[in-house]
Design a protein around this ligand. Structure first.
Ligand code: NAP
Length: 545
């Protein structure tokens, strides 16, 4: 379908972001004859995989599953070199998709959307970019990702540091030679844990500043074998269909048995087997690891015991052992030789609970009176997750209501897709949807399909606006929290809870009820004529039955 603008300056849809969400949105919008403009602040496609180029960056969902399923030819033709893909391979895949469907020509790179306002009179959105352009659009779709707004903590003195400063989530697009350098890494989440072993091999000396130790499971990554690839490709369509109705949008071996119903020997054997297989499947060892603290303790202790076995210095091993939250309630980390790295001569661990960072000096860092000198400081300190990249755009809805104000107590959505008073604004994998608690690409596909089905439905019924009913939104917000409260997740100071950002409301942001369950709910909503939404035909409201 050729790209034709409705009339000068006006399109059916404006999409923000050209990561995996934006690319698939553009493909589908085009396929169904909707005009669109896609804006991307980066210089090319790929979203999170465009920015997160730090050494060791890798996906912790298996490659055969972390990829699009919408086109059988695409999934048959693409070859993944490893079981868990490295960032360059995922970025190459995003580029392949952009080329294969000729998507780039409709994406404007290095353009940031700054403001979006709903115009009551025209019943459309007015979008403003950092280049000063204003665009009118019927639909406004945020495809900005969940963990895209990198955060550097507010440590005094940073601006005076004479060395190099990096953030893993905003890594330069060139090789950096650390070979003669003394470097600091602050933060031991997934990004820190992936980069530390690689940086330790490159740098002269590496000091890791840790606030909260993390549980990490070896990835046991390996080259893709022809047999494994064939196994998936011979049966891809039905495997994908099965994935769509699983708890996490991926095929994992989930043991449907309580950890407490097994005896000690069986438990240890089960954990050992999962450890040897590697990856996040460790948390599927028993069915109650994320709901029962006693069960969880057994899985947590197994990992602590592994850390004690791997790390030679018992004092360092203790510091690296997480004890303040249950395993899995912060995003589980998947590593390649992380704990082993602390046996190296050139690696030092600083626990900032004992040695609080006071300030950054011109030559390094001052912690509890001790001066550390560095050539480079790398912040692996995470993101303003789920809401950060949405708030980066000033969004004003009906009656000039600001989204940031509406969400000042935490995000409020219906199905994680839309929010009341902001008609025709869609969020792909927004807060209140499975999003980060799922195989992201499967969740992206489900949301994009939902959005396109809604647009087609509205076109067929000559409807102008779609918006959640406030009572459905309120019920959904309560449901998201009540499901989370039945689990151990609220016990951790995680970014899922907004706890990593000073001043951010503390509540569980993704929907943890399961990808399959969520999909069924969405299907039911559609089957009931968009239950919980209301529509407008010009200025007349029509509530869904
Ligand atoms: P993160 O999980 O939020 O970890 C940030 C780290 O920085 C934590 O150790 C945190 O300590 C520390 N930190 C934050 N502020 C600090 C401060 N002021 N002083 C000292 N330490 C501070 O961020 P991330 O590692 O970038 O990962 C974010 C998410 O991205 C992951 O959970 C995952 O979902 C995704 N990701 C996935 C992959 C993958 O697919 N393998 C790779 C990278 C990232 P506290 O724990 O004490 O807050």
């Amino acid at each position: 379908m050729p790209f034709t603008k409705k009339k000068t300056g006006e399109v059916d849809a404006v999409v923000v972001g050209a990561g995996f969400s934006g690319l698939y949105l553009l493909y589908k919008l085009r396929q169904h004859g909707f005009t669109s403009r896609v804006f991307e602040r980066g210089g090319d496609v790929g979203g999170t995989w465009y920015w997160n180029r730090y050494p060791g960056a890798r996906c912790d969902v298996e490659s055969m599953q972390y990829s699009y399923s919408f086109d059988e030819e695409l999934q048959q033709e693409w070859h993944w070199p490893e079981k868990f893909s490295a960032q360059p391979d995922i970025l190459a895949y995003a580029n392949h998709v952009a080329d294969r469907y000729d998507l780039r020509k409709d994406i404007e790179f290095n353009v940031e959307v700054k403001k979006a306002s709903f115009n009551e009179k025209s019943r459309s959105w007015q979008i403003e970019t950092d280049k000063g352009e204003k665009i009118a659009t019927q639909y406004f779709i945020m495809a900005t990702g969940c963990i895209s707004t990198a955060q550097i903590p507010n440590i005094p003195g940073l601006e005076g540091f004479k060395g190099e400063v990096y953030h893993t989530g905003n890594w330069p697009h060139k090789e950096i030679d650390f070979s003669s350098k003394r470097i600091a890494v602050v933060g031991v989440g997934s990004s820190g844990i992936q980069s530390i072993p690689v940086l330790a091999e490159q740098a002269r000396h590496l000091t890791v500043f840790q606030r909260t130790p993390n549980y990490s499971i070896p990835s046991q990554n390996e080259p893709m074998t022809a047999d494994y690839e064939k196994l998936w490709k011979s049966d891809y369509a039905s495997r994908r269909e099965e994935m769509r109705y699983t708890p996490h949008g991926s095929l994992k071996d989930l043991n449907d048995k309580s950890a407490l119903s097994a005896n000690e020997e069986e438990r240890q054997l089960t954990y050992q087997k999962r450890w040897e297989i590697g990856g996040a499947g460790y948390l599927g060892a028993f069915n109650d690891l994320l709901t029962n603290i006693e069960s969880n303790d057994t899985a947590s202790e197994f990992v602590r015991e592994k850390i004690r076995e791997i790390v030679k210095d018992p004092v360092i091993a203790e510091k690296l052992s997480p004890k303040t939250y249950p395993i899995g309630t912060k995003r589980i980390c998947i590593d390649s030789g992380y704990f082993e790295t602390f046996n190296r001569e050139n690696v030092e661990l600083v626990d900032i609970n004992e040695m609080p960072i006071e300030k950054i000096t011109s030559t390094g860092l001052l912690a509890a009176g001790t001066t550390y000198c560095f050539d480079a400081i790398i912040f692996a300190t995470g993101f303003d997750a789920m809401t950060g990249s949405i708030f980066n755009v000033e969004i004003n809805g009906r009656d000039k209501k600001r989204l940031k104000e509406k969400w000042s107590g935490g995000p409020r959505t219906y199905l994680g897709l839309m929010t009341e008073a902001f008609p025709n604004l869609f969020m792909i994998t927004g807060p209140g949807s499975p999003s980060v608690k799922s195989n992201m690409i499967m969740s992206i596909e489900q949301h994009v399909d939902f959005v396109l089905d809604s647009l087609i439905y509205m076109r067929n019924h000559e409807l102008k606006l779609i918006e959640p009913q406030i009572k459905s939104e309120n019920r959904w917000v309560e449901h998201v929290q009540s499901v989370a409260n039945q689990t151990l997740f609220p016990r951790a100071n995680s970014w899922y809870m907004g706890a990593n950002m000073p001043g951010k409301p503390r509540l569980f942001m993704p929907y943890i009820g399961g990808v399959g369950q969520y999909r069924r709910i969405c299907e039911e909503v559609v089957a009931k004529g968009y239950d919980g939404f209301k529509f407008e035909v010009n200025n007349t409201q029509v509530a869904a039955e």
